[in-house]
Design a binder for this molecule. Sequence first.
Ligand SMILES: Nc1ncnc2c1ncn2[C@@H]1O[C@H](COP(=O)(O)OP(=O)(O)OP(=O)(O)O)[C@@H](O)[C@H]1O
Ligand SMILES: [Mg+2]
Length: 220
Amino acid sequence: MIHFENVFVAYNSQPILTNVSLEIKPGDFVSLVGESGVGKTTLLKLIYFDLPPDEGNVSIAGFTSSTIKKKEIPKIRRQIGVVFQDYKLLDDKNVYDNVAFALHVTGVKRNEIGKRVLRVLADVGLSHKRDSMPEELSGGEQQRVVFARAMVNDPIVLLADEPTGNLDPATALDILQLMKTINSRGTAVILSTHNYELVRKAGGRIIQIKDGKVSEIESI
Ligand SMILES: Nc1ncnc2c1ncn2[C@@H]1O[C@H](COP(=O)(O)OP(=O)(O)OP(=O)(O)O)[C@@H](O)[C@H]1O
Ligand SMILES: [Mg+2]
């Protein structure tokens, strides 16, 4: 479903990813690990077509980086849920509208939007907070709204970049549980994290980036 073929990425002629080949299948749960600055976010950006590789190819769901047209990029992004490091909710919209916003831009019909938003808020356990403003939520609750927003389009893959970085251990575990639930319904999950405890609890594949190379490891 996601395929990296001999991918090379450099920033200002500084190599970050060198000759990376990788296959991610539907329903995989992948933890992406490696020291700070090693290229985890860069790898996720490649999947999101936010960054073209300097060499090689990244393919996802039938689209390939070397041949994709600019106007096709939004189409593939709609099938990818993202929870990035610097996640932000819209401060002037309540929980419901923060999630619905992701659907308005894709042209889904109004009553369909209502159904999907309420379903996904129930999935993350926040139905009772639908009218709350972001500032009235705890950090963990805000992060669950971000996940709801990422899931509302039923993505084929969820990219989560250090989603538990600012959360206490118990809340981080809640978020992991949420990702596993999403995964059990068929969405592949790629979780980039420094939290090895979480990786052990996740129990899926572990992919490590080190010195520009990507390798699959058994345990951490
Ligand atoms: N737009 C950019 N221009 C130049 N250098 C960049 C750019 N984006 C990232 N880098 C550099 O590329 C390297 C990899 O960055 P990346 O964000 O992928 O690391 P990371 O593994 O996600 O780190 P962290 O765990 O701290 O989030 C870093 O050295 C970073 O400084
Ligand atoms: Mg990063």
